[in-house]
Design a protein around this ligand. Structure first.
Ligand code: GDP
Length: 297
């Protein structure tokens, strides 16, 4: 990766400082300047960084340096703990309906974010847990989307429901619910259409689907490589249609993943999974502590 390790940088800062036994204000401030730069470099939202630095500063100044640690390590320890806290501390599972009731999950996101791929990846996870998911092709605009979902569904051994591209997504979703009830599916995952940018038609269409069927979980798929944009996208979707959780894709790429940190802080919605590659098995549960280590480097 093209970043210097923050841990190394902090060790250098502290070489010239005199914190002994206790973290002084001057030392903490000097160290946090480096932390701030590192977080901004890792694509963490500016406002999030500001609030974060303030919190860490309050916690760190005057703290005793623990036995066996030097001041730099002590600051890193506090920063790490606060990063984890900011991301929600724990992994979050997708909430399913109790008993044999059907859970309806609507996937949303901009075109190219990885929505169709992630839909099939998720179906595989549910299948492993003994569920019987049905994938529904509601992306009627992108010519290859239906075919792509069908191919991926087949690879996963999961049924795909499609009605071509002549029907409205809301009607397809409704028909899919009838099919699922007859067919014994207990999870229905709707793959909706994205657009290149946030646009009113797209939001209206998602809203229409939500009015046509009861959606239990709306999951937004965002591309980690788009950095700050991913955070803006998450904010917009959350404001317009309401989201329950986020899946961040392409974290296998060369990005520190600061977007992941900001998304939770800005929208209050948890990250559920992360996409780690193009293969259908490349979907991992989100662990805040691992992400903190990645951001700190
Ligand atoms: P959609 O337009 O949002 O439905 O996006 P697609 O599912 O078609 O994905 C767009 C591209 O991103 C495809 O080439 C996928 O293989 C790729 N992709 C999706 N998720 C990941 C991921 O986690 N890592 C990588 N490297 N590529 C991904």
């Amino acid at each position: 990766m093209a970043f210097d390790s923050l841990s190394e940088k902090l060790q250098n800062v502290f070489k010239n400082l005199r914190s002994k036994g206790r973290l002084t204000e001057a030392d903490v401030k000097a160290a946090l300047r480096e932390v701030k730069m590192a977080l901004l470099e890792a694509d963490v939202n500016f406002k999030v960084v500001k609030g974060f630095i303030k919190d860490v500063q309050e916690r760190a100044i005057g703290q005793d340096v623990m036995n066996g640690l030097n001041p730099g390590q002590m600051v890193i320890k506090i920063v790490n703990e606060e990063l984890i806290r900011l991301m929600g501390s724990e992994t979050t599972e997708i909430k399913l309906q109790p008993g044999s009731a059907i859970t309806v999950i609507m996937m949303a996101g901009l075109q190219g974010a990885g929505k169709t791929t992630t839909t099939a990846k998720l179906a595989g996870k549910f299948k492993l847990k003994g569920k019987k998911p049905l994938l529904v092709a509601c992306d009627v605009y992108r010519p290859a989307a239906i075919k792509q979902l069908e191919i991926n569904g087949e690879k996963q051994g999961v049924e795909v429901f499609s009605m071509g591209n002549k029907n409205k997504p809301a009607d397809i979703a409704k028909a899919a619910m009838e099919h699922a009830a007859k067919n014994g599916n207990n999870i229905v995952i709707l793959d909706t259409a994205g657009r290149l940018h946030i646009d009113e038609d797209m939001m209206a269409e998602l809203q229409e689907i939500k009015e046509a069927v009861t959606v239990h979980q709306t999951i937004l798929v965002v591309d980690a490589m788009t950095g700050q944009d991913a955070v803006n996208v998450a904010s917009s979707f959350n404001d317009k249609i309401g989201i329950d959780g986020v899946i961040v894709t392409k974290l296998d790429g060369d990005t520190r993943g600061g977007a992941a940190l900001s998304i939770k802080a800005v929208t209050g919605r948890p990250i559920l999974y992360v996409g780690m590659g193009e293969k259908l098995s490349d979907l991992e549960q989100f662990y805040p502590d691992r992400m903190a280590s990645r951001i700190l480097g």
